[in-house]
Ligand binder design. Sequence first.
Ligand code: SAM
Length: 267
Amino acid sequence: MKYQAKKKFGQNFLHDQIILEKIVKAIPNSSNSQIVEIGAGLGDLTQHLLKSQDVVGFEIDPDLCKYLEKKFSVELKNGKLKLHCGDVLDFWNQNSLIKNKYQIIANLPYYVATKIILKSLEDKNCNSLIVLIQKEVADKFLAEAGNRNFSSLSVIAKTLSSVEKIIDVNPSSFEPPPKVQSTVIKLEKFEFNESYNILENFIQFKKFLETAFKQPRKKLLGNLSKDFPKNELENIFLNLGLDFSIRPHQVAIVDYHQIFEQLNSLK
Ligand code: SAM
């Protein structure tokens, strides 16, 4: 179909059959969870997914919703596809997008990709995500401690999930081509028991990371002393064997957990 893509909705349609197949192949075997596609667009990925799975789709653009309703009239009638028209963020009720366990498979609109990934990571019903996003953002999710891309996003994602790169995608795989390189990543959530401390205090943990990475090239100790007493921080750093001059991107995830928990135990 000749369709005038709308920039404001981040519309870059993926037409590369090899990438579409790679995305579908990367889906973890988890037969009892629902496939959710955010931003169904012109339905190319939806079509691939429907070959083997039922799909719940979300699409914000009313014109595309009408198009999808026509294209998938059979699947909508027989229940293989459910389509929700509107902003996916408005469907996140009481912290869950849908009431069953689900996996997200999506070529995400770049303007809202990070927000959607973070919401899904914190949504207890979401088991995993395979998402096509801007490469620069993917590199932040993928980065290990010591790498200059290591950020609060890396710590949050890797506290809650394993993060794996599937494939880089060139602009020519899309119509219209985006101005940036893209990457498909897979995040598989860990199973936590209820006593996992950091999850209980996740809002504070995110705030703590925001402070830690506020000035990413400055010393971690300096950044954290803006919100926490310096002498207590110095004791914690000594306990953990961390150099006072260490920078935020050089600190391992377990050490972030430890600093956070030790600060909490002082309260
Ligand atoms: N899945 C299609 C594909 O792979 O070609 C389209 C991907 S395109 C990058 C992103 C899609 O997400 C667009 O169809 C856009 O209209 C839709 N979209 C943008 N913001 C959205 C939102 N907040 N909620 C639901 N869909 C959204």
